[in-house]
Design a protein around this ligand. Sequence first.
Ligand SMILES: Cc1cc2nc3c(=O)[nH]c(=O)nc-3n(C[C@H](O)[C@H](O)[C@H](O)COP(=O)(O)OP(=O)(O)OC[C@H]3O[C@@H](n4cnc5c(N)ncnc54)[C@H](O)[C@@H]3O)c2cc1C
Length: 284
Amino acid sequence: MTDYLRPDSLEDALRARDEHPDWLLLAGGTDVMVGFAEKPAPSGVIDVFGLPGLCGVSREPDGTIRIGAATTYADILRSPIVQSDLPALAACVREIGAVQIQARGTLGGNVGTSSPVGDTLPVLLALDARLELASARARREMAYPDFLVGYRKTALAPTEIVAAVRFPVVPGRVQHWRKVGTRKAQAISKVMFAGSASLSPEGKILSPRIALGAVADRPIRVLAAESVLEGQSPSEPLADRARDAVISAIRPITDVRSTAEYRSTVAGNLVRRFVLGLGDAPKA
Ligand SMILES: Cc1cc2nc3c(=O)[nH]c(=O)nc-3n(C[C@H](O)[C@H](O)[C@H](O)COP(=O)(O)OP(=O)(O)OC[C@H]3O[C@@H](n4cnc5c(N)ncnc54)[C@H](O)[C@@H]3O)c2cc1C
């Protein structure tokens, strides 16, 4: 028999997690319910779907945008704050699964599963997201890259949950998202790219972020390509150099969805196109 708890508050959820760190933390269930009947049953379930303390999009006093971990993709898409200030996240979420998955799937679930093909994860990297991690005893904040420690492995402690994702707002920053999959809806990605950059009044690229998914054991930033771009003006030769830097830096695998060669070529081309697009973006 599996025990089932549905806490009424974040505090109750954290207490339950503290008492039962081995129980399954359930949000929308769109990852954990796949093949559930074939997996060993968990000794208990803590269900946080719709938990008020974990849901919602808000603009915080420090200017960051905070998205509660149990906020569904549908609610993220409906948020005017996300539409106006996080267009890369809005574009990404619009392409996740189909409407049924968007109605149940949550940002915290994507972060919790930490799959190399989790679509929102490169966006978190490209937009310098930070995670709020909470336990019954303490709260801490962590830069998102530090959370990713291996293939589907994260820095989350057994008694913690992801409470929220925070995004800094950088006025004028260009944001870009592109998912390449077999078809438009329900496709698991072959390659995902999220990029961001600011442009100086002279059109120089500042603080570029080049983030990719499905090309390594976890979502990654390609620092070598970012260094190529920093302080430069967008041009065809620069775009070629950034593409080459990406192709040299990544070591994707061949699997059922794609070949390593295809992933490398496509990743390089997506970055090249992003750099060329910066030439048309509004300057600061
Ligand atoms: C048909 C189908 C299509 C899909 N399409 C896509 C797609 O296009 N792109 C994509 O990226 N994914 C896709 N997915 C995968 C899935 O929908 C997403 O990963 C989703 O974000 C999972 O969220 P959830 O709330 O359902 O998580 P759950 O299944 O409830 O949980 C997933 C994992 O995260 C953990 N978790 C949940 N919330 C928290 C929290 N607050 N703190 C810590 N850990 C937590 C759980 O314990 C579990 O280990 C698809 C799945 C299906 C079935």
